[in-house]
Ligand binder design. Structure first.
Ligand code: ZN
Length: 260
């Protein structure tokens, strides 16, 4: 049997400690609900660990990241408290092949903006309105197990277009909101060897991470983002000796190369 996928759930873990509403929904933190959902849906296929902002290195030491196949990221109040050195470290691991599942307000996290290269900004409204998440790619592995064409979240925060992201490689969900807006709520990209997923439902003051379909999509996203193996060749290399002989077509000025 293949070894379990090593998943690290990263949560800034601020709102749960400062807001009675959020603590009421997530007494042990949002990460605990997500971890329980992954354990229930994926069982022995995953081994889950938790990392939070206030731990040394935000819980993302070199050792932890080296032993992480897929990292999930939830942040909102403290994006700027995430050290740039840790962002560099996570980005490097993504390029090497670690999967990254970016959740809800982490659209504005340093790591997501770094990987996308755009502002990643959007429109929002907190009015506890209905969100209808349309599955627009029912054949995508991240859509597996969603029985209908859409599912609904009774009370959600509106996230609307325009969402300033690079064109996704794949779009698996689009959300409609009661107030009229639409949003690309399920997107994927490749960066280096790593797979990146963005999934927008997950506002902290509504019980969205208790929703079975939301949990199913996140579990699917984690499995989909698993590293695909192989070497990462992310460094430039001069290859002076060709693999097969090259007939000289014009004179090469060797001094130009030596000058480097
Ligand atoms: Zn929110």
């Amino acid at each position: 049997m293949a070894r379990p996928l090593r998943v690290t759930i990263w949560n800034e873990y601020v709102h749960e400690l400062t807001s009675d509403v959020v603590r009421g929904l997530y007494p042990e933190g949002m990460h605990a609900v997500l971890a329980a959902a992954l354990a229930r849906l994926l069982g022995g296929a995953v081994r889950v660990r938790i990392a939070t902002l206030n731990q040394p290195d935000h819980g993302l030491t070199f050792e932890v990241l080296a032993e992480t196949d897929v990292l999930t990221w939830w942040g909102h109040a403290a994006h700027e408290r995430v050290e740039d050195e840790i962002v560099d470290r996570v980005q490097r691991r993504v390029l090497e092949g670690m999967g990254l599942v970016v959740l809800h307000s982490a659209h504005n996290s340093k790591i997501f903006r770094r990987l996308m290269g755009t502002t990643c900004m959007l429109r929002w409204r907190e009015a506890a309105e209905r969100e209808r998440v349309w599955i627009v790619d029912p054949g995508h592995p991240i859509s597996a197990g969603i029985a209908d064409e859409f599912f609904e979240i009774e009370h959600s925060e509106m996230y609307g277009e325009h969402f300033d992201i690079p064109q996704p490689d794949e779009l698996f969900a689009i959300s409609w909101f009661e107030g009229g807006e639409v949003f690309r709520s399920g997107c994927t990209w490749r960066r280096g060897k790593g797979k990146v997923v963005y999934f927008s439902p997950g506002h902290e003051s509504f019980p969205i991470y208790h929703h079975p379909s939301v949990q199913q999509v996140i579990a699917n996203a984690v499995m989909w983002a698993a590293p695909s193996g192989g070497l990462y060749l992310g460094q430039g290399r001069n290859i002076p000796q060709p693999l097969s002989p090259i007939a000289a077509r014009h004179v090469v000025d060797e001094s130009l190369h030596r000058a480097k």
